[in-house]
Design a protein around this ligand. Structure first.
Ligand SMILES: Nc1nc2c(ncn2[C@@H]2O[C@H](COP(=O)(O)OP(=O)(O)O)[C@@H](O)[C@H]2O)c(=O)[nH]1
Ligand SMILES: [Mg+2]
Length: 366
């Protein structure tokens, strides 16, 4: 699957840069392209300069004119600025880029201003222009340490509420749930957090592009499967496990036993993916789900793929499930899981409740 990526605001632009790097890796290692163009829309020149300096030749910066300072750090102010600037920003994009892409992917941090307010504005415009092309959004939720900040809570609630009505799917990433932990101060090095955020997309996007190149397996997951799966609130995760072949190379196991171990390794990789979903959710709340196994050709058996499907069917028992495999890394089983069309998300309800609570306090104070 090929995406046209647009990051808005600091967080969105950095992550768009990571998608550009992911594309570079896909080209070098797998000879496929998964991002047609990546754009960084920001009013912060320093952020754009830092991003384009570090070898991200596929990231195109688009400077938004206007500032959002002090009191104006609201999602509403970000939306207003983007409304004034969006025609100019979209005109800076390469003509034809959308034709080569299967979908758009917008990225922003929900708690900020330009990305939080701006993504719904631009997403809406692209939806009107390209009615047949899915518009997906990757939204980064704030760290736990930011939750005491009323403006953060307000912006997050506004962003989720408006983007939920516009986008075909919203993939949520909880900064608080990432390996860096729930604290922004501990994450001076956003780089590693951002790599962790984009990595689950690598196999997923590559799988369908590698068909016919000797990597294709019995059951391919392509852009069609992804489009059929992505809807509404969505979580994504990837897990990996070393395969027994590399752990016990000296042992001659019977075929039957070896296969059994490989299958359990694949199930373990899926458990790891589920344990590291980009946001906490209940699998029984999902209307759609997708799994993708990547394993070396000798080891990716049809049984392994089937077992993964059966297990996911048990866990996400209300979901329509798609899945498949492709031949990937040596001695490694990687499983990507997408959980979509989630009907209830505790985390989102929590932001709405808090935002309503804050509005009450403000009204009483007036
Ligand atoms: N994961 C991640 N989160 C970020 C990054 N930069 C900012 N954030 C988060 O995004 C929110 C602020 O959004 P930001 O992009 O700075 O605001 P904007 O420039 O006005 O759109 C806060 O919740 C930050 O914790 C980043 O590079 N990676
Ligand atoms: Mg900013």
């Amino acid at each position: 699957m090929k995406l046209l990526v647009i990051g808005i605001g600091d967080c969105g632009c950095r992550l768009a840069g990571e998608f550009a790097l992911l594309n570079k890796m896909a080209k070098a290692k797998r000879h496929v392209s998964i991002v047609t163009c990546a754009y960084a829309f920001n009013n912060d020149e320093a952020n754009l300069a830092a991003l384009t300096k570090t070898g991200r030749e596929w990231l195109q910066p688009v400077l938004i004119h206007g500032s959002l300072e002090g009191e104006e750090k609201s999602a509403e102010a970000g939306a207003e600025l983007m409304r004034q600037e969006s025609d100019r920003a979209l005109a800076a994009m390469r003509p034809g880029g959308s034709v080569e892409s299967d979908a758009f992917l917008f990225i922003a941090g929900a708690a900020g201003s330009l990305g939080s307010g701006g993504v719904p504005v631009v997403a809406q415009q692209l939806k009107q222009r390209y009615a047949d092309k899915p518009v997906y959004v990757l939204i980064v939720l704030p760290f736990d340490s930011e939750m005491g900040e009323p403006q953060c809570v307000h912006n997050t609630a506004i962003c989720l509420n408006s983007i939920g009505k516009i986008a075909d799917a919203v993939i949520l990433v909880d900064n608080g749930g990432l390996r860096g932990g729930g604290n922004i101060e501990l994450n001076e090095n956003m780089g590693s957090v951002n790599k962790e955020i984009v990595f689950p997309f690598y196999n997923l996007l590559c799988a369908g592009e590698m068909g016919g190149s000797g990597y294709a397996a019995a059951k391919v997951v392509d852009a069609g499967d992804i489009v059929q799966t992505l809807a509404g609130w969505t979580a994504i995760g990837v897990g990996e496990v070393r395969l027994p072949g590399s752990v016990f190379p000296w042992r001659k196991m019977g075929d039957f036993r070896k296969k059994g171990m490989e299958t359990s390794a694949a199930l373990e990789a899926m458990n790891a993916a589920l344990a590291r979903l980009s946001i906490d959710c209940r699998l029984e709340d999902a209307g759609k789900a997708l799994y993708l196994l990547s394993a070396p050709p000798k080891q990716a058996s049809i049984d392994m793929t089937k077992d993964l499907g059966n297990r996911l069917r048990e866990l996400a028992y209300n979901a329509e499930i798609r899945g498949g495999n492709f031949y990937g890394a040596a001695n490694l089983a990687q499983v990507t899981v997408v959980v979509s069309e989630l009907i209830y998300m505790d985390r989102i309800k929590n932001y709405y409740d808090r935002a309503v609570g804050l509005a009450h306090v403000e009204n009483k104070g007036e």
